[in-house]
Design a protein around this ligand. Structure first.
Ligand code: GLA
Length: 722
């Protein structure tokens, strides 16, 4: 890892694991991109600067000619002949919307500075490039961080008003990356409730390919991730450039194909319904964008994100530690429970290895269904006699830990909180509010509202012995408006809301370091790196049907490590799809993440108890691979009848392969499967075959899995170095 500046050629060379990033300051002071990709030498490569042809030739005010162009910008801006998407848009007191950001100076800092009020990756040598528009005093600091053990570069921008007057930011993206090609396939993750993060691919074209969220949440609809793939890219070959925003509110990512066959990739906070008044001397920090590069296919891009997040984002106290294996009562009881019911669910799994009982929604306020109680974080003693203590003590007496559900950002109209403070709910005066699931959202842009939430929840966590929290979020903002903001600042709402979320996370998660926090949002509707900073795992989807999960987990793994995906074995017929699959299949698929159980176990007989015990033992045996191994995707359920994930230990001495076949067929024909990621030169014992084979044989000659007849079956292989 190194960041260098060549004074003679005015060129910056950034080197991370297997990647180089090079740009220079040109003759008039524009930061001009030269290269991003596989490691190269520190050569003088200004010959690579591109002029952009006649349709788009940004020049320099007061100068003429191609020579001064800044066609491959590190930051694009409006008004001087660059007609592509600007990275930043401003308006000053005169109504002047130009900003010409030229080089002033740079710093190299050995340790990456944190972003005030927002999560970001830690560590890594960082270059800070100071740019300034001398006419207005508007400035931009561009941050670049590289890592010697991950092929990613983290980027962000801090905008600064060095003038004496207010400047309005109309757009404030986090980065722009100039890429000298455009024949890409654009891969994004789309979805909805119950089918989050499905793979979507479309060819790039001239013009703008864009994904966004306007929900004040990163959302299940489009994840804040985009990858540009070379047209021939597969899991193991071809180029893949992926970008993921460490951000949980409305975002946008764009790839603009320009007339001469190049691409500008950029994005950050969605500028739809956004503006920000930047007073004299003030700064505006944008969220971080993590950009991964792979010249060995999509699989290597995913592993780059996985490594970066496990090393530099997720809480180191939990990331590689044994995860709680929970029994959660939600699908088992929904709102219909009392102490006896909960006790019988917990008692039934005693001795199976399930180590945490999680009490889901319905324990507080007057909550007997989803129409009341949110916001009242006091135990419902009519339902739970003796308060939480009774069930917590019981669970602890079984040697298990105790977890509790909260939905901190919400309020029901039928709640003591709403009756006392109707103004705490987001809404526009004199307009009716939209309900979703009978609930409103609390205005987290306001300090007093955040203080109420923090106090109420920390009180429950302080007064009870709680080991685990599930933090839910079940609707998105409507009527974006805050009574705490002036009329001219209302477009700051979506960003200020999420700063409020991060603030309460700091003050609740941060104040309870002994508690394991799991994220959730109607399943996986807020599954993003910023949430992973607080929650080492997130409930991946409310749909735990094994067949549907193969797609959800496959898509999620594009960016997010297996250790972040919370995956439960639930009852059949499945509550979301009514599909019936074997419990072995359900467990095998749920073991490809942070596994757990979610069903009414109170009627478990000895056979089910033993089966569960065996499943838990199997998971514990593979847990280290799932938490810290390398993932290789073997079969793609979006393109075939099969799904396959292989996890390989970093030292390649162990690996597990899980294969799944959707539908059976008559004449069960042979299917060859090619494992990946092993050491070609090592020999591996495969217990399922009682055979020892060379890594090269296993990966090149393949295996012939024997699926049991019937739909939705799994087969597993273990590889142990001999
Ligand atoms: C959401 C979650 C579920 C459950 C319910 C409770 O839908 O995704 O797992 O916690 O809320 O209301």
């Amino acid at each position: 890892m190194s960041i260098k500046f060549n004074q003679n050629t005015q060129t910056f060379y950034l080197e991370g694991k297997n990647i180089s990033y090079v740009f220079r300051i040109n003759e008039v002071g524009f930061a001009e991109h030269l290269y991003f990709g596989k490691t190269i030498g520190e050569d003088e490569i200004s010959y690579l600067r591109c002029f952009g042809g006649r349709s788009c030739v940004p020049t320099v005010p007061g100068k003429d000619g191609f020579f001064y162009s800044h066609y491959a910008p590190e930051i694009s801006f409006f008004g001087t002949g660059d007609y592509r998407e600007p990275t930043v848009c401003v308006t000053n007191d005169l109504g002047d919307r130009l900003c010409e950001l030229l080089y002033e100076s740079y710093e190299i800092v050995p340790e990456k500075p944190a972003i005030k009020g927002m999560p970001s990756l830690k560590g890594g040598e960082t270059l800070v490039l100071h740019l300034l528009d001398k006419i207005t005093g508007f400035g931009a600091d561009l941050y670049y961080t590289v890592y010697d053990d991950c092929p990613v570069i983290a980027r962000r921008i801090v905008y600064k008003n060095n003038s004496k007057k207010t400047i309005r930011l109309d757009r404030a993206y986090s980065f722009a990356l100039s890429i000298p090609k455009s024949d890409f396939v654009c891969l994004t993750l789309e979805g909805a409730w119950g089918c989050e993060r499905h793979i979507q691919k479309a060819p790039m074209h001239k013009g703008v390919v864009s994904i966004d969220s306007k929900r004040t949440s990163s959302s299940a609809v489009l994840n804040p991730f985009m990858a540009l793939l070379s047209p021939d890219a597969t899991e193991e070959s071809g180029e893949a450039i992926g970008v993921n925003l460490v951000y949980s509110s409305s975002f946008v990512l764009k790839a603009e194909g320009s007339p001469d066959g190049k691409t500008l990739l950029l994005g950050g906070i969605n500028d739809f319904d956004f503006s920000w008044e930047l007073g004299a001397g003030e700064e505006f920090a944008t969220p971080e964008a993590v950009i991964a590069y792979s010249d060995n296919g999509i699989g290597q891009m995913s592993r780059a994100f996985h490594d970066a997040y496990r090393k530099y984002l997720i809480n180191p106290n939990f990331v590689n530690k044994e995860r709680p294996i929970v029994i959660n009562n939600w699908e088992g009881t929904y709102f219909d429970f009392d102490n006896d019911k909960l006790k019988s669910i917990a008692k039934a799994v005693e001795g199976t290895g399930i180590d945490t009982f999680v009490l889901d929604d319905g324990w507080f306020g007057k909550r007997n269904d989803d129409s009341s109680g949110l916001g009242d974080w006091v135990v419902n003693t009519r339902k739970l006699e003796g308060g939480l203590k009774t069930i917590i003590d019981y669970v602890h007496s079984l040697g298990m830990k105790f977890g509790l559900w909260f939905e901190p950002e919400m309020v029901n109209e039928d709640s003591d909180l709403f009756r006392a403070h109707p103004d705490y709910a987001i809404g526009v005066p004199n307009r009716a509010r939209c309900y979703t699931r009978h609930q409103y959202m609390l205005d987290l842009t306001r300090q007093e509202v955040r203080d109420y939430i923090v106090e109420a929840i920390n009180k429950v966590l302080k007064e009870n012995e709680i080991d685990y929290v599930k933090w839910d979020y079940n609707r998105n903002v409507t009527e974006s408006f805050s009574l705490g903001l002036s009329a001219s600042s209302q477009k700051e709402f979506a960003h200020r809301y999420v700063l409020g979320v991060y603030d309460i996370c700091e003050r609740i998660v941060g104040a309870n370091p002994h508690i394991f926090f799991e994220g959730c949002s109607s399943g996986g509707a807020r599954f993003d790196p910023a949430m992973l900073y607080y929650f080492p795992q997130i409930w991946t989807s409310d749909d735990s049907d094994a067949e549907e999960r193969t797609k959800i987990q496959y898509g999620t793994s594009m960016v997010y490590p297996l250790s972040t995906m919370s995956c439960h074995v639930s009852i059949v017929p499945n509550h979301q799809t009514h599909r019936v699959t074997d419990v072995k299949t359900r467990a095998d698929i749920a073991h490809l993440g942070a596994t757990g159980y979610e069903l009414d176990t109170s009627d478990f007989g000895d056979e089910q108890r033993l089966e569960t015990k065996a499943q838990v033992e199997e998971f514990r045996a593979m847990q280290n691979l799932v938490l810290s191994g390398d993932l290789y995707r073997i079969e793609n359920p979006f393109e075939s009848n099969f799904f396959g994930f292989m996890v390989v230990s970093k030292d390649k001495t162990r690996a597990d392969l899980t294969l799944y076949r959707r539908l059976t067929g008559a004449n069960n024909r042979i299917k060859l499967v090619f494992p990946k990621g092993l050491d070609e030169t090592k020999k591996y014992y495969i217990p399922e075959m009682d055979k020892t084979l060379c890594g090269s044989t296993i990966m090149n000659a393949g295996l012939v899995p024997e699926f049991e007849l019937g739909d939705f079956k799994t087969v597993k292989y273990h590889f142990i170095e001999k």
